[in-house]
Design a protein around this ligand. Sequence first.
Ligand SMILES: [Zn+2]
Ligand SMILES: [Zn+2]
Ligand SMILES: [Zn+2]
Ligand SMILES: [Zn+2]
Ligand SMILES: [Zn+2]
Length: 433
Amino acid sequence: MSDNLHNLYYYANVCHVCKTFGKELPLKRCSSCRMISYCGKVHQKQHWPQHKDLCKVLSDMLDQTNSTCIFGKCQNPCTKLWAKKKSNLMLLVQLKLGRRLEHYEEEMFKFPRVCSTCHDGQSAALKDCKFCPSANFCPLHKTDQIRHTSQCKALRLCFDLDIAGTLFERKSPRHVVPFHKEMAYLPRSIKDFILLYVNENKSLPMSSECQLLYNSEYLTRPLTVLYAIERLKFKIESAINIHVIGANMVEVDGLDIWEILLHWLPSLTTLTIVLIGPELMWGSVKPNVCNYCISKGMWVHIELRNMLYQDYVTSQWYEKPDFLIGYNMGIHECLELGSVKDTWTPCIKTLAEQNCPLVLTSYTLSEAIEEHKKLRIILGDTVTDLCCEINPFSSLRPHRDFETEGVFYQNQFITIYHDLCPASIFNDLKLTQ
Ligand SMILES: [Zn+2]
Ligand SMILES: [Zn+2]
Ligand SMILES: [Zn+2]
Ligand SMILES: [Zn+2]
Ligand SMILES: [Zn+2]
């Protein structure tokens, strides 16, 4: 693996440098911190300049506690408490280190080499899962491998996809979506859509399964919008302005894919997507469209605004949206509504003022329910969703989830609102404010 690509991600049971996994050769763990593995001296030496400052902090901590595992003796099978412990340790190490942890260094804490059941990392006799590089079992829990089978395939896929993603250049998929003259219904699922309309790039040596999963990661965004439009029976005119709220850099990857809307929606000729979020960069993009789109004068215009939604709405760049979508925004994570630091309440009130459909996606059903509750607390009990369910157009690519110890998928659940605040109620609100 060339350059520093090996530092893009970390898995407990692979050589950190060449990502060798599953071969018969036993990996050697860094003898000071015991948190990172290599296939041999050569790769350990190669990584040492990047690892040494963190290693020093970790081995000092181990010396102080006279322990062989940074997580100490505490064996906490409770997933929630275990996640909290990992987060706290990450913060502590970051403080001692005097810098932010790199992404792969965070993963050393999020996905450490510990028993999958009791989280014991001290046992010298931990057995590695042979199929995925993300599970280990202590002598007490070696029979739990059977229970792990259900997660094992997804965890292995995470690894294969990370490898494929660093070896091959990722591009938004080339699609062959025909121009629809009449409003058409979507296929049943994102998988069906890909099989029907996406041209697999045969020249890539990536397995067709990996390609399909990668493609779904791009397609989930426009297809979730199309699905919501279908569910809402939303009438599309010749132009539509979609605000993507709480957007981040993940959503900036593969903007070309939005052209699908021009092909799918019969009357649409001008598509404006405004991505708004404080983590974004600033700018505008005019993605490439096909020759037919060019000949018909159809175009996609994308704007990136790095600001909070409530600030965007009062800025000179604001244009009224026809449709709002927030991908995995994590509204459920805001605990103290109404506190000084709470930026969600003004954001959600501003969303309601837009008087147009709103779509929210989330990783789990409980998150979706929690977010719906938050909206009702902020806006009142009149807020009613059209649906809150599994999204048939969620991504199919699994990501490791350190909080649940399983995997998550982008946009797995979808909540659709016709309007957060029907006009009459909105007027009443204004009067009472
Ligand atoms: Zn190696
Ligand atoms: Zn080390
Ligand atoms: Zn155990
Ligand atoms: Zn496994
Ligand atoms: Zn086109």
